[in-house]
Design a protein around this ligand. Structure first.
Ligand SMILES: Cc1cc2nc3c(=O)[nH]c(=O)nc-3n(C[C@H](O)[C@H](O)[C@H](O)COP(=O)(O)O)c2cc1C
Length: 396
């Protein structure tokens, strides 16, 4: 059953930005800014969204397209939609349902969910919640032994692919998080928390559900042998010690033996590296502008990667998707599918699972309408002939 809520129904919510506004009013500033913000000057964060304006459509008029086919095939799975739900750490902070709710919403919509390593729910419960494919996003937090244990658990639970994020050798500096005391609120003592508490107390609805949920647990899927689940206080240090190298990828592939997706590629060279290490898919991504600021927008990096990969692996893209038209543009430039991060996370923060459902519904409706306006019968028929790209992009 798909859960709905009047809080996110039309006309209050007609686009993803409306979900963002409700999220901003419902959750504490520190949590909203964690979700909404990016690294340093947020140049890449802004550019990820803005760059879609550089690509314009070339519709085919006066053709009849009744119901456009929206599905695609990723890693051997037929999905009803060409977008997947991206890994979003600390989803349980946005709403107690968190990762379980997002996985259920994805499954109900006929698409896939990618579970972050930084999950507040056990991976087994997340997998059980979804009727669709679920993939596990791996950071090597907690060291190799912890990674070996989680890879085995993910296999046992039925996760269908590993998504290895390679753009996080250290966490990017998200200045809003520092100003809001995010670290202190998550893991500090009561004295450190106290100066940041007014913003939390001003959101009593969120606070009540957060406390009822038991606060944030240690990470249930990062279990360090002999020590137990990784406490939240250790996360930044754990990330800094968790850089992935190409040789780690070889080791991960030998352990996992299923499909591996490499997330965080921005150049043709890295794409070729990923293929050499056996990646079945690549996500062209700058982590939603949260890691190295001033790298290219994900959409802008896509053509270079598409031409370097030359059909040897699936290409996904993520960053800045807020409308169905954005999905269409990415597919026209050669992505097989895209990942949505904030688009559904705003929905989660606004209204839990109902909000994720609403985000998916908005993007699905947008997509169908955009294809019909373009005169295109299916997402798989989209190609460069449906868009104009700036001349400077043609070189790569
Ligand atoms: C709040 C938040 C947490 C994220 N956590 C993770 C994570 O744990 N692992 C990961 O690989 N990517 C993470 N990402 C990046 C997303 O998977 C995705 O690359 C990004 O959100 C895409 O950009 P968009 O938000 O503009 O759609 C996170 C993004 C956000 C917004």
């Amino acid at each position: 059953m798909t859960i709905t809520s009047r809080r996110v129904a039309s006309p209050r919510v007609v686009c993803i930005d409306d979900l963002r506004s409700i999220a901003r009013r419902r959750i504490p500033r520190a949590v909203f800014d964690y979700l909404d913000g990016g690294a340093e000057g947020e140049v890449t964060l802004r550019e990820n969204c803005r760059v879609f304006e550089d690509v314009t459509f070339r519709p085919r008029q006066a053709v009849t397209v009744a119901n456009s086919e929206l599905g695609t095939r990723v890693l051997g799975f037929d999905l009803s939609l060409p977008f997947l739900l991206a890994p979003v750490g600390y989803s349980r902070l946005m709403h107690p349902g968190g990762e379980v709710a997002a996985a259920r919403a994805a499954g109900n919509a006929g698409t896939a969910y990618i579970l972050s390593t930084i999950s507040g729910h056990k991976l087994e419960n997340v997998k059980a919640a979804s009727s669709g494919p679920v993939f596990y996003q791996l950071y090597l937090m907690g060291g190799r032994a912890a990674a070996e244990a989680v890879i085995e658990r993910a296999r046992q639970a039925g996760f269908a692919a590993l998504v290895v994020t390679i753009d996080t050798p250290v966490s990017g500096i998200r200045e809003r998080d520092y100003r809001n005391g995010m670290k202190e609120l998550i893991s500090g003592g009561w004295l450190e928390k106290s100066i940041h508490l007014p913003q939390v107390l001003s959101r009593p609805g969120w606070l009540a559900s957060f406390l009822y949920d038991g606060g944030l647990p240690a990470l249930p899927n990062v279990v360090v042998p002999g020590k137990g689940p990784l406490p939240l206080v250790d996360i930044n240090a754990a990330l800094a010690a968790a850089a992935v190298t190409w040789s780690d990828l070889r080791w991960i592939r030998e352990l996992w033996r299923g499909p591996i997706v490499v997330k965080g590629v921005l150049t043709g060279d890295d794409a070729r590296h990923a293929i050499d290490e056996g990646a079945a898919a690549i996500s062209v991504s700058n982590h939603g502008g949260r890691q190295l600021d001033c790298v290219a927008a994900a959409l802008r990096a896509l053509p270079e990667v598409v031409s370097a990969v030359n059909g040897q692996a699936e290409i996904w893209m993520d960053g800045g998707i807020r409308r169905g038209a954005d999905v269409v543009k990415a597919l026209c430039l050669g992505a097989r599918a895209v990942l949505c991060g904030r688009a559904y996370a705003y929905g989660m923060a606004a209204a839990g699972e109902a909000g994720v459902n609403r985000a998916i519904e908005i993007l699905r409706t947008d997509l169908g309408r955009t294809l019909r306006l373009l005169g295109c019968p299916s997402t798989t028929a989209l190609d460069r002939s449906y868009v104009n790209v700036p001349r400077s992009w043609e070189a790569g």
